[in-house]
Design a protein around this ligand. Structure first.
Ligand code: ATP
Length: 308
């Protein structure tokens, strides 16, 4: 069986005359935490509303476990658990009563399942207390428990860390990882703050003006940092010859940015690389070396500081 949980195929949304989402295509895998990140107004909420079936697509399709949200709405939506707006909870009832009340509306939810979702979000100790006395972080986790009750394949959380203090953010992260790992649920979280979700995500998709401008595996970044790789910018000529040489001879993954090559390499080995390029009659005009961080990449890509 395929490990794709959700697939977006050229998803577009036009409201009035404005094209808000301009053809998004990407897949999210089972057991993965995918961060959906971009500045305010980039189109995250609009995309999420389409993913969960709260808003019609203008064009394209969303498939959840292969089921189309446009032609097989009921079955597709069944696979989704989401917190898009603040979940409604009754403050005068306990966490347990809130979940039980909600579970009545879904056929086939056992008492054991309720207990299971409570332990998934670590609320065992306070579940008999009134929700009115919960911290915001606890309420968020109760919301996640509620969204998981019907055993969805995908959990979607829109700005889950909004308003939380650092301890609350840390806890939410921990439980999100646990849910993805233990239940093989694909978790999609949106945020405009890279630093808040970077640590919890396997991959991050960066959206700007309704377009996906990059999808980056977080592990690649961490591996690069561990292997002591630096980000190298090299102004060379002829650029294509240099690019091909680095690719074919040294198996370096090279991007071309205007008249420079951009790649990751161990700083200590760069003088040798320059010597080799020169020996091949390639002119090296400038070499810039910086540390590889996702924040730099994010900043480069969207051209403004939304790190917070
Ligand atoms: N109903 C609507 N009518 C017209 N424009 C809309 C509508 N809903 C959203 N937009 C516009 O679409 C763009 C994307 O909005 P969206 O709320 O999806 O962004 P976002 O990335 O979630 O931002 P935020 O983090 O601020 O919620 C914005 O420019 C917004 O003004």
């Amino acid at each position: 069986m395929s490990d794709v949980a959700m697939e977006l195929i050229d998803v577009k949304k036009t409201i009035g005359k404005k094209e808000i989402i301009k053809g998004l295509s990407f897949s999210i895998h089972k057991g993965e935490v995918f961060g959906f990140i971009g500045p305010n107004g980039a189109g995250k909420t609009t995309t999420i509303r389409m993913m969960v079936g709260l808003m019609r697509l203008t064009d394209g399709d969303v498939r959840i476990l292969g089921k189309s949200i446009t032609t097989n709405y009921k079955e597709a939506v069944r696979e989704v658990g989401a917190i898009v707006e603040n979940p409604e909870m009754y403050p005068f009832m306990s966490g347990w009563q809130n979940l039980k009340h909600y579970a009545r509306m879904i056929p086939g939810i056992s008492k054991e399942r309720i207990q299971e979702v409570i332990s998934l979000v670590g609320l065992e100790k306070v579940i008999k207390e009134k929700v009115g006395r919960y911290s915001l972080g606890m309420r968020q986790r109760l919301g996640i428990a509620q969204a998981l009750l019907h055993n969805p394949s995908i959990l979607i959380l829109d700005e889950p860390t909004n308003g939380l203090d650092p301890a609350g953010i840390r806890e939410i992260r921990e439980y999100i990882r646990k849910i993805a790992r233990e239940q093989q649920v694909a978790v999609i979280i949106s945020s405009h703050l890279l630093a808040e979700i970077e640590q919890v995500c396997d991959r991050i998709g960066i959206i700007k003006n309704g377009e996906m401008i990059a999808i980056q595996s977080v592990n690649d970044q961490q591996e690069a940092a561990q292997e002591n790789l630096s980000q190298v910018q090299m102004e060379v000529s002829p650029i294509d010859k240099a690019k091909n040489l680095l690719k074919e001879k040294y198996e370096i993954d090279v991007d071309v940015e205007e008249d420079s090559l951009s790649f990751q390499y161990n700083k200590a080995d760069i003088p040798e690389l320059i010597r080799l390029l020169v020996a091949e009659e390639i002119n090296v005009f400038q070499v810039g070396i910086s540390k590889v961080t996702l924040e730099d990449k994010f900043f480069d890509l969207i051209g403004e500081n939304v790190i917070g």
